[in-house]
Structures are given as C-alpha cells and as structure tokens.
Design a protein around this ligand. Structure first.
Ligand SMILES: [Zn+2]
Length: 244
C-alpha cells in the first residue's frame, strides 16, 4: 500500500515537473505556436492569426517610436511580442493571471498581448475592445518597458516598488503624455475607477508619481529604477512639494 502511494506521488511529482519545464520552454520559445510574424527591425510581432501588413507595420512603427522616446534605453537588438487571439492560447500564456491585457516574462525575454486588431490598432481582450489611450501600441510599449526594466535590473526588479515599475511602463506607453500639472489636475483626489483608467491608462496614479519625479524632481531613470520609496512616501513628497 505504502509503496503504491509512494509510486503515485513520484509519478505525480514527475508529471508536474515536466509540465512546469514545458511551460518554461514555451515561454522562452513560443514560436512553434504562432504561425504568423511580421517585422525585421527592433520589434518582431508574432500572432496565431494572419497579420495585415499595413496595420501590422503601423503597429511596429508606433511601438518602436514610443520606446525610442523612453528615458529607459533598450539593451537588446530585438524584442519579440506574441499575440494570443485564440482562447486556449490566451489561457495558456496567461495561466498565472488571466485578467491583464499583456504579460512580460522578464526572465524569458518575451512579451504577450491578449488579442489584437491591427487594422484599428486596438487591444481585444476577451471580447472587450480597448480604447485610446490604451491602444495596441501603448500595450506593446508598456510590456516591452517591463522587459527592458528586467534587462537593467535582473532579479533586483522585484525590489523595485510597484508604483515605479508600472508607472514607468505607463509613462512610456502613453502616446499623448500629459504634463505633471495636467495629469494632477485631471485626476484630482478621486479614487482610481474604471472610467478613469479608460481615460488615463491603466495606472494613472502611478504614472503621475513617475511624471512628478522625472519632470519636477529631475530624477534620472536610474534613480527611478533603484528607488526604495513606497507609494505612500512618494505621494507624501509630491504633496509636500505642492504646498511649497
Ligand atoms: Zn504592467
């Protein structure tokens, strides 16, 4: 009896380990599951559906342009972005968390977008179509900024506070970036709700903090990458500054 239990446990353990290893291989090398791809420059996009050339090329150009004006310089020669339109693929690559529109596997160096309409430049997430400023190019630049952050920090990325990590990605991805004053006046003191996210991007308050430190405190991007301030402390500094 004990031997059977032991054997079953051993098999279950081996099966789980194989599944985890297979998942890791897929995250690092997803190409066999994506039949279509486009791009010969800095960014290559791969998809499980045909990519219309005009829309696809516009998307690559827009995402590349957003990254070029980023204060955080990209280190790699090329980045690969994968679009998971089909339900099962979306579920597979977004296994850890099905809610986000995009995911960056920092250690694998790959980024995934939930679903795309290249012709309109919109994100399609489980039937929901994203609206500007959260466009497909925004999502691409947002996720690639996460990958670039990993390139700079490695595992220390996990020491970077969430407001700086997400705020920077949002700051880079937004096409028409508001000045600090514009964004502060627009957000006011109201809590972050869905309409606010629709209008100002995913992490408007985090972006406000990042905008403040970069534009008002003249922080270098290195200071931002290595900050240890919590969101409360960062907010406190921003509020104190407004009173002066
Ligand atoms: Zn993010």
């Amino acid at each position: 009896m004990l031997r059977t239990v032991k054997r079953t446990a051993l098999w279950a353990g081996a099966a789980l380990l194989t599944a985890v290893l297979l998942f890791c291989v897929l995250v690092v090398w997803p190409d066999p599951l994506f039949a279509f791809s486009l791009g010969t420059g800095k960014i290559v996009v791969a998809s499980d559906r045909p990519i219309p050339s005009a829309g696809g090329e516009r998307f690559l150009r827009d995402c590349e342009r957003l990254l070029e004006r980023s204060p955080l310089k990209a280190k790699s020669r090329r980045y690969r972005v994968y679009v998971t339109n089909e339900n099962w693929r979306q579920r597979l690559f977004f296994l850890w968390d099905p809610k986000p529109w995009g995911l960056a596997y920092g250690l694998g160096g790959t980024a995934f977008l939930s679903g795309a309409n290249f012709e309109t430049g919109r994100v399609v997430h489980r039937g929901y179509v994203g609206t500007p400023p959260r466009t497909l190019a925004w999502l691409c630049a947002h996720e690639l900024t996460h990958l670039i952050t990993y390139e700079h920090l490695g595992l220390s990325r996990f020491r970077m506070p969430q407001w700086a990590f997400e705020g920077l990605a949002d700051y880079v991805g937004i096409e028409n970036r508001e000045s600090f004053e514009q964004l502060r006046d627009a957000l006011g003191d109201r809590p972050v709700d869905i309409p606010m996210m629709v209008q100002y991007g995913s992490y408007p308050r985090y972006r406000l903090l990042v905008t403040f430190f970069i534009e008002k405190k003249s922080w270098s991007v290195d200071q931002l990458l290595h900050t240890t301030l919590t969101a409360e402390e960062a907010n406190e500094i921003m509020r104190a500054d407004a009173k002066r």
